[in-house]
Design a binder for this molecule. Structure first.
Ligand code: HEM
Length: 456
């Protein structure tokens, strides 16, 4: 006798919402991250919510993440969930779909392999030196906003790597323009009614202005490069990347969109990682001491080099743990293109799947000390025991972050150098709460003092 599997049931439970607008007010009141955290606490690992007619399906378990991002990536596309981002940053590798995406990914992949990015280590080391000099020159007890400091250094790294120039110096409005794009995408994701871009609201006007400023700047660089010849930067690598099937190169429009996306995706994220690492370390002297010990043994006071990275496993564990607790991209969204079955539920086409990494990364089933800063979570034996998709700060499956080796190399080189020279301490208490604006930022500035390490 065979026992029939239970028939799948409709969508999982979710919190009650208001007629028409559903859970919109709760999302706006709590902010996206807290909303999904509360949803997880109240309804469990898989749950639904809604804004107007749009149904959201939150998933947190590793096997469900694998289902959405890896095994069924063809059904769960970026689709509608990335409309706002497309409007803000155009059609590049982050926002494209299907064959066009696959072509761009193939073209760009070799540039972002561990080998492809090696030439940029020197820029990372050099910019960290610049940061160290600035901090050395600070008066005693001076306070820094750690998030701003990290954004500045990662912006310099990505713009020099991308275009061979320092955007922080040569294009003063760059940072503000990028923030305008980020804020547009995150603010509009919890809006019920889309106000078309041609309506001149202050947000729409700022978005258009920011896009124009960035476009003029980037197109100017592309034109100059075409006239003056290639250099040793990411832009030149992209200009010479040739499609193996068609023999075609990228057009200026494509180069513009890809450059903007690399720039957009490539510095706020790493800045967020370094900000939270500094914050977590300042509260945890045991971790700090262990890190100092490793750095002293491997580097002995000299600056780190590319070849030191494999010899700094604890430094990597510290960063991996900061990425767990404060993932710069804590939510990954997908638009379901056809009816599906997941965890015994029937999920209709058009549902927005929300991979709530923030919850997964704090799930007591997979983490020994879910809410503590405990780099030993990343000791090889601990990693081996954990399901693979219990940790996915760079996403998973075909759309996994293309810049992950770049980010990891940059974060290790910067952290190793500054931790050898300085102790960062909170200048005033901060509770570690976050503001989610497309990336995870501190809710209020984290002000720190920079103490020179006399023991190093
Ligand atoms: C700590 C730093 C970083 C984190 C946590 C991070 C996180 C992510 C995540 C979660 C995704 C997948 C999004 C999705 O599936 O919807 C992604 C995609 C992407 N990231 Fe990163 N990222 C980081 C650094 C970088 C850097 C340095 C670059 C470029 C130099 C970059 C470029 C991209 C691009 C182009 C994509 C889209 C890839 C595709 O769709 O094919 N990221 N990133």
């Amino acid at each position: 006798m065979t026992v029939d599997a239970p028939a799948p049931v409709a969508l999982p439970a979710g919190p009650a919402g208001l007629p028409v607008i559903g859970n919109l007010l709760q999302m706006q009141r709590h902010g996206m991250l807290d909303f999904y955290r509360k949803l997880w606490e109240d309804c469990g690992d898989i749950a639904t919510a809604s804004i107007g007619p749009m149904k959201f399906l939150m998933v947190t378990r590793p096997e469900h993440i694998q289902h959405v991002l890896v095994k069924n990536a063809h059904k769960y596309t970026k689709g509608l969930s990335h409309d706002k981002l497309r409007l803000a940053i155009g059609n590049g590798i982050l926002t494209l779909e299907g064959d066009v995406w696959s072509r761009q990914r193939k073209l760009m992949q070799p540039t972002f392999t561990p080998r492809g990015i090696k030439p940029f280590a020197d820029i990372m080391i050099d910019e960290t030196q610049g940061l160290i000099e600035r901090w050395n020159a600070l008066p005693q007890n001076a306070q820094i906003d750690i998030s701003q400091e990290m954004q500045r250094v990662t912006m310099k790294v990505i713009s020099r790597s991308m275009f061979g120039l320092d955007m922080d110096r040569d294009f003063k409005g760059a940072s503000e323009a990028l923030v305008a794009l980020l804020e547009y995408t995150s603010a509009s994701s919890t809006g019920l009614i889309d106000i078309p871009l041609f309506v001149p609201t202050p947000t729409n006007r700022r978005l258009k202005e920011a896009k124009r400023e960035l476009r003029d700047f980037l197109m100017g660089i592309i034109k100059k490069r075409r006239e003056e010849g290639l250099q040793e930067d990411l832009l030149s690598m992209l200009m010479t990347a040739k499609d193996a099937d068609t023999g075609e190169f990228m057009t200026d429009e494509q180069l513009h969109d890809e450059a903007l996306i690399i720039f957009f995706a490539g510095h706020e994220t790493t800045a967020s990682l370094l900000t939270w690492t500094s914050y977590l370390m300042s509260n945890n002297f045991v971790v700090e001491r262990k890190l100092h010990r490793e750095l002293a043994e491997v580097l002995g006071g000299r600056g780190p080099r590319l070849e030191d990275i494999p010899n700094l496993p604890y430094t990597r564990m510290v960063l991996d743990e900061a990425l767990r607790l404060y993932s710069p991209v804590p939510i990954v969204a997908r638009d379901l293109q056809e009816d599906d079955e997941l965890a015994g539920y029937q999920i209709p086409k058009g549902t927005l799947a929300v991979v709530a990494l923030y919850n997964t990364h704090r799930h007591p089933e997979f983490w020994e000390r879910p809410l503590e800063f405990y780099p030993e979570h990343f000791a090889p034996e601990a990693v081996e025991k954990r399901p693979r998709y219990a940790y996915a700060p760079f996403g998973a499956g075909p759309r996994i972050c293309i810049g992950l080796h770049f980010a990891q190399m940059e974060a290790v080189l910067i952290l190793a150098d500054i931790a050898q020279r300085f102790r960062l301490r909170l200048a005033r208490p901060h509770d570690g709460s976050v503001r989610y604006v497309g990336v995870t930022r501190p809710s209020t500035p984290i002000l720190m003092t920079v103490e020179k390490r006399l023991d190093a």
